[in-house]
Design a protein around this ligand. Structure first.
Ligand code: M6R
Length: 609
């Protein structure tokens, strides 16, 4: 999603901003822009719809032979835009400026009252050139200009509603930059050679040391080689922090795509998740987070997340109920606030997010914290909003996921949830023998996953056939219904093929009406207590001449196509079937020539509500 990068002081800004844009690329975007300014307020602006590499070739064409001249441009702002208001086009790309070309603004988030503000300005005098909500900010700065940048920004701020991060430059005061945040992340890095500002820790990781993470409502005003931070119109002191995160490993090695690399990393990530947390000899789960939960009376668990993270929550709810014996549910974060759910102190709220900034999930977390609820984070990024706001939690230890379609983060979330489930296991729910069976089954997951990878050629062959269809169903029961949900989501986002997921038993209640030969089904049906029921569903499908691909550890002569998987305990089988649906979707997308790591219209971090 949108990304911010800004620099000010004494180095040539353009290469710094270009590198910043490259670091923001993984988030997903559809246009990029860079604007640099010299000490007299002259600007150079270069925009591009498409990849940062396209912007870079524009930059090198436009600046060829003018390298000396560029040394004077020692401040600038750059942005990757993921379209929300207005199509992806040069005119809608940030930074936005006012009619007089004096104020330049980059913006993440949404100005919710932009329509009203635009109307008011239009009625007075103003003509807008873009369809964005963001353009209202430079227009308001021009309207309220007092001759002082900080004062003007402080006059305009109360007029803006919504969640946003902004960085503002003006030709009236070229040595000044204002950056501010309300609900959307922003970090300042005070380096010996200047001030850097980004919406993404990753864009600074590896070289930033002394950073300040702005909190909601805070603003940083940079002038020449100094800065102040203000909150509620008062100057505040904030300690510099050490940015303790590793730079993202941006190399794909021998892999064609990051996604394919990330699929292969899964067994190692699961092994890493156990380290120092699961004692297989003592048959127990220990971690700082579990020490914190030890004395808490937990009667209910609610998982909160979006997309794939929500699917992990659905799996968690089933495990909690079936293994731990605790009432549990999963909630889609963007729906949570509409449901008036009471916050009970005996409920553990588990927040799931591979990134650190999913706005929908953070909104729910803030709400639960305000109500005094008990919170647990299962996240990938140390120091992230969700990690710091929750009472305790587990880190995924999965390393950065660069492919937009989540794979390794999902299985890492699942293994962490399963560990939490086993920790919360109630003796009256499941016998000790059955508890230890699951614990041991968990240990076998990585090697079983490796067996799935070894079957990639067979999966790719089936995927070739799947790629000819325009519609697809994913069906399963219990745990495998959640895998069906995840498989359907993966196929949609990677291949752009329409697909739906259903509990297999629901088919006869409506979806069967869609049956025709061109609408095949993937039935995930391991040989467990539900196998016979799944076979009845298959009979319903086949008697209507539908094609069925069965994913199972038991051969069935009725399947049109089969992917045979190793046997495993039903509670851990989803790790294997998930890998099958990941590889299937990957190969369908590859067959169709899709942009696998950056599917169209999608972003890695979704920072808008
Ligand atoms: O960063 P999060 O885990 O909070 O993101 C939630 C969803 O946006 C994310 O899982 C999305 O559905 C993925 N693209 C799925 O592959």
């Amino acid at each position: 999603m949108c990304g911010i990068f800004a620099y000010q002081w004494n180095k040539q800004a353009l290469p710094i901003l270009q590198r910043g844009l490259e670091r923001l690329e993984y988030r997903g975007y559809d246009s990029a822009w860079v604007c640099v300014m010299d000490a007299q307020g002259s600007t150079k602006l270069i925009k591009s719809v498409g990849k940062v590499s396209e912007l870079e070739s524009k930059i090198s064409k436009q600046t060829k032979g003018k390298e000396e001249e560029l040394n004077a441009f020692t401040r600038g702002i750059a942005h990757t835009r993921w379209a929300t208001h207005g199509v992806a086009s040069e005119v809608n790309t940030h930074p936005h400026h006012d009619a007089g070309n004096h104020f330049y603004v980059i913006h993440n988030g949404i100005i919710e009252n932009h329509a009203k503000l635009k109307k008011q300005l239009r009625e007075k005098w103003y003509t807008f050139y873009s369809q964005t909500d963001s353009e209202v900010v430079p227009a308001l700065l021009a309207e309220h200009w007092t001759g002082d940048l900080l004062e003007t920004v402080e006059k305009v701020l109360p007029l803006l509603h919504g969640a946003y991060a902004l960085v503002i430059m003006t030709t009236h005061a070229p040595n000044e930059i204002v950056a501010l945040k309300r609900w959307s992340p922003l970090i300042l890095w005070t380096a010996p050679d200047g001030f850097y500002c980004s919406s993404d820790m990753q864009a600074l990781a590896g070289y930033a040391t002394q950073t300040v993470t702005l909190s909601d409502g805070e603003l940083v005003y940079i002038k020449n080689n100094d800065y102040i931070i203000k909150a509620e119109w008062k100057i505040i002191k904030k300690d510099l922090e050490k940015l303790d995160i590793k730079a993202m490993d941006e190399s794909r090695g021998e892999y064609e795509t990051f996604m394919r690399k990330e699929i292969d990393e899964q067994p190692a990530i699961i092994r890493r998740a156990f380290m120092g947390r699961v004692n297989f000899d003592e048959k127990a789960i220990h971690a700082d987070a579990t020490k914190y939960l030890k004395d808490k009376e937990i009667q209910k668990v609610v998982f909160v997340g979006c997309g794939t993270s929500y699917n992990a929550g659905q799996m968690g709810a089933l495990w909690m109920q079936n293994i731990a014996g605790i009432d549990a549910s999963a909630k889609i974060a963007s729906e949570y606030m509409h449901q008036r759910i009471p916050t009970d102190p005996k409920t553990l709220h588990v927040f799931l997010s591979q990134s650190w900034e999913t706005a929908d999930s953070i909104e729910v977390l803030k709400h639960i914290k305000d109500k005094g609820g008990l919170t647990f984070g299962i996240v990938n990024v140390v120091g992230s909003t969700i990690a710091t706001m929750t009472d305790c939690g587990f880190f995924l230890r999965a390393g950065y996921e660069i492919g937009v379609a989540s794979t390794k983060a999902f299985t890492a979330q699942m293994i962490n949830i399963l560990m939490l489930t086993l920790f919360l296991w109630k003796k009256w729910s499941l016998s000790y023998d059955r508890y230890t069976n699951i614990l041991h089954a968990m240990k076998t997951v990585p090697s079983l996953m490796e067996q799935i990878i070894a079957q990639e050629d067979a999966i790719a062959n089936v995927a070739k056939e799947m790629s000819r269809f325009n519609n697809m169903f994913f069906l399963g029961r219990k745990y495998e219904y959640v895998v069906a949900d995840e498989g359907s989501l993966k196929l949609k986002e990677l291949s752009y093929i329409h697909s739906e997921s259903y509990p297999a038993g629901e088919l006869k209640h409506g979806p069967l009406a869609l049956i025709e030969e061109s609408f095949p089904c993937v039935l995930i049906a391991p040989h467990d207590g539900l196998f016979e029921q799944n076979m009845s569903s298959m009979a319903e499908i086949q008697s209507r001449k539908w094609k069925v691909l069965v994913v199972s550890n038991r051969e069935t002569e009725w399947a049109d196509r089969m992917i045979t998987i190793p046997s495993a305990h039903p509670a851990v089988m989803p790790f294997l079937t998930t890998m099958v649906v990941q590889l299937l979707s990957y190969h369908v997308a590859k067959e169709l020539g899709r942009d696998i790591d950056k599917p169209r219209n999608l972003a890695k971090s979704v920072t808008v509500k």
